[in-house]
Design a protein around this ligand. Sequence first.
Ligand code: FE2
Ligand code: FE2
Length: 307
Amino acid sequence: MSTQNYVSHADQWEQRATIRSRPRRVVEDDALSYYPIERQPLYAHPTIMDAGQEVQDYILLQSFYKYINDVIIFETEIVNRTALAIAKSRFPFDFPFACKSDAMSVVIDEHYHAYVAMDYLDQVERSTGIAPITQNNEIELSRAIPRAIAHVPAQYAAGMELLAVAISENTVTTEVAAFSRDATLKRSVKGVMADHLADEGRHSIFWINLVKLYWSQVDEAAREALGLGLPYFLKEYLTNELQLEFDRRLIESLDLPRDTREQIANDMVGAYPITSKHPMIANIRKFLKMAGLLKHEPTRAAVGAYL
Ligand SMILES: [Fe+2]
Ligand SMILES: [Fe+2]
């Protein structure tokens, strides 16, 4: 791909960006849930089922708070760090103007998503009268990106960061899509997710095209180094440590005897298996293919365990 082949999404953004086109989402007072049951295995634990609907609802609500908090960290600290560097020409690669201006539109979208998330979280907190428990101040990517960068020579740090952000922007999209289709969820939750999804479809194509361009222009030494860095990134990205840490705090916050809480926590250890059937892995594979990385033999071999 040459720099002339890159097509800007500016026209699409002007017409469809949610910041330009969608009304505020307001939480409604009904019995529907905030979070999909199948995304929180704790919900179906026999002791939690016995504890009753109020406890189960509390678990979904707290899981929703965590999800929203993670989204805010992802948008503001991970995606926008890289997108802004590209937009402001601080990224060590000469992207054409169309890429930089599209990157700036991504910065706007992500900050808007974080704003919507904060607003909706505040509405839910007021409407339920339940405050979030202590939140994680990191997401998996906060650790995975610096760790992957540590595995490549210094001159490839920015390239590694670009691949990592592009991969994560392509995995988040399908997650949000599943959310927006769930019939047990409140209309406003689905609305927030559907709005987010509308922008993320554009972003996922943006990151694919950006990486495609980058990958075709850097030299072979860069491609080899980045290809070798990828499995370190994927290994650190696809972990469940932070989810388990959060779930332990959530279990601790329940009004149940200490022995019971310990028992539940022990039962939850294997609750988030990450196997080759994990939906995120299918998305990662699709991204690597579409961005042209799998045509590079050494890279294909390096990520062989995920193909
Ligand atoms: Fe976003
Ligand atoms: Fe995004």
